[in-house]
Design a protein around this ligand. Structure first.
Ligand code: HEC
Ligand code: HEC
Length: 496
């Protein structure tokens, strides 16, 4: 890995600049450029984005340009200080600063329904409530042509699961409205699937669809050249927390990691070892991207190199395991290191997860956090693996998560292996794409870097904090974390 000697001066500079920045500010104006190395304050400290290819001039890249009809750009919903997504807090500040003038607040999908009343400030606050409180956007999806289920009831406070054009309230026809968090438009080279439900085939196609829907673009939307420029920009950005309010610089002494990866174009496939060094911050991530491949560290036999799975997903903070001092900075660093160890090793008995227990025909699987978050030092799933861990459940809902304000769909399976079963869900997830009952409520495991910048968590914003997310896991899988262990894990997740 390249020397990290750059880092202390850059961070010292950022610390000086920090006094002039407002942690709570909502939006960045579209900047003239995204520098090669950008540092922004976030509630946990500072988040950094690194572009190995150098500075991007905004006016030269359509990611920052108004390609639709409602004033929105990709940058409206994907900004660096919120981990290239937006946080609920930033949506609040933008509303407080501009009323609903900021292009974030557009009826098409910022509001709970395009037909919402926005004639007064009170009405606007109500219409944009899910965005303001949970950072959620409405995703209107057409029912697939062939489904193994029928939507037999909808408890929808917004009357938006219908065809907004005809106004017909027909649960089985037209558009199903679900409410989801933006995913970060960064670290994209580590993705195995695009969108919460994996519905986009490529990033270029995603850019096209995002323009037509969020920005209400006219057909045919951005040109192929524009799509490619957007993809070139967003795929060239790496983002991670770089500075923690308590642990300070997150650049622990690097750990050496050996990756066994396919040799390109070898036939039959051959693999070779390479060794890289890992620590916190986005520079190490950019190094790591060269070694990522679909199936890396897959536990279920989908690794093309057949290298055995290791539950040691993160190797960022091992260098802090034997610190001698015990001042507050050091104590926090040790806690982060313990949290990493818990993530890597704490046994979790996985039960009732559709996509895992049913597929493997095992009612109990003893795993770890990394059974599902298996991509080394990134934490998404390294193969397409939609799972239902319970976040989408309704009646009863997921213990400890706040699913208030979300619609509840009752799906009755009419054909296929699950015929006769009834599901209550706040988001049918992958099933709205595949039409299959087995996919009801399934979502992807997202990348776990830059988390501190983009609360709330889970696709439906149901965990206001990382502690909330951990409490959910603790209850859902009976893990038995102590309070200290929870705090260590939260400190670790905040340092990603
Ligand atoms: C109005 C807000 C909004 C705008 C504008 C917007 N996005 Fe998004 N973006 C979202 C939401 C919400 C999701 C997740 C939706 C889902 O999974 O169903 C998302 C998901 C993504 C993802 C998927 C990342 C992953 O991990 O799968 C990418 C990439 C992305 N957006 C890029 C873009 C680009 C490029 C543009 C501009 C052409 C854009 N977005 C405009 C809200 C927005
Ligand atoms: C059985 C598979 C599985 C296990 C085990 C698991 N996760 Fe997850 N994780 C997921 C899935 C799937 C999601 C996305 C759920 C959603 O939002 O619908 C997720 C989401 C998350 C998120 C939210 C990320 C975001 O951007 O909102 C965090 C944080 C997280 N997991 C941390 C952990 C930790 C820590 C552990 C171990 C204590 C763990 N996970 C164990 C599958 C798993």
């Amino acid at each position: 890995m390249q020397s990290t000697a750059w880092a202390p001066p850059a961070i010292a500079h950022a610390q000086r600049m920090r006094a002039f920045r407002d942690v709570n500010r909502g939006s960045q104006q579209t900047p003239s450029a995204i520098p090669r190395f950008e540092i922004d304050s976030d509630p946990g400290g500072m988040v950094a984005s690194y572009q190995p290819g150098g500075t991007t001039i905004a006016k030269n890249n359509p990611f920052f340009q108004n390609l639709g009809t409602n004033g929105r750009t990709c940058f409206t919903c994907h900004q660096p200080q919120t981990g290239w997504a937006i946080s609920a807090q930033s949506a609040q500040s933008r509303f407080d600063q501009t009323g609903s003038a900021d292009p974030l607040f557009r009826l098409v999908d910022g509001a709970t329904c395009p037909s919402d009343d926005v004639s007064s400030p009170t009405a606007q606050r109500k219409a944009y409530l899910l965005l303001l409180e949970k950072g959620l956007f409405r995703i209107g999806l057409a029912m697939p042509a062939n489904t193994q289920f029928e939507v037999t009831a909808v408890d929808d406070p917004y009357n938006c699961t219908t065809n907004p054009i005809t106004g017909l309230i027909s649960p089985t026809a037209g558009i199903v409205s679900v409410y989801r968090r933006p995913l970060p438009s960064t670290n994209l080279n580590f993705l195995s699937t695009i969108m919460w439900d994996g519905r986009e085939p490529t990033l270029a196609h995603q850019a096209l669809d995002a323009t037509l829907t969020h920005a209400q673009g006219n057909n045919p939307g951005p040109t192929t050249a524009q799509q490619n420029q957007i993809v070139a920009f967003e795929s060239g950005v790496y983002t991670a927390q770089i500075f923690d309010n308590d642990a300070h610089k997150l650049l622990a002494p690097p750990s050496s990691v050996t990756v066994t990866k396919p040799i390109p174009e070898s036939s039959p496939l051959q693999c070779a070892d390479t060794t890289i060094e890992q620590t916190g911050g986005p520079h190490a991530l950019a190094q790591l991207a060269q070694d990522f491949f679909i199936g890396i560290n897959d536990p279920l036999g989908q690794n093309p190199c057949a290298t055995p799975f290791t539950s040691n997903i993160f190797d960022l903070y091992e260098g802090w395991s034997n610190l001698a001092r015990n001042d507050p900075e050091t104590a926090h660093r040790k806690s982060i290191e313990r949290g990493e160890e818990l993530f890597n090793t704490r046994p979790i008995v996985i039960t009732g997860v559709a996509g895992l227990n049913d597929v493997l025909h095992e009612t109990q699987i003893t795993g770890t956090c990394g059974t599902c978050h298996d991509a080394p030092n990134v934490g998404d799933h390294s193969v397409k693996a939609p799972l239902n861990i319970g976040v989408t459940d309704a009646n009863p809902g997921p213990i400890g998560l706040d699913i208030s304000g979300l619609p509840v769909f009752t799906l009755t399976c009419t054909s296929g292996p699950l015929a006769g079963q009834i599901f209550h869900t706040t988001d049918p997830g992958r099933a709205l794409i595949s039409g299959n009952c087995a996919d009801i409520g399934k979502t992807k495991g997202p990348i776990l870097r830059g988390l501190a910048a983009r609360a709330p968590y889970f696709h439906n914003g149901s965990a206001a904090t990382l502690m909330g997310a951990l409490n959910f896991y603790n209850d859902r899988f009976n893990i038995g974390f102590t309070d200290q262990e929870k705090q260590d894990l939260v400190n670790f997740l905040e340092a990603l």
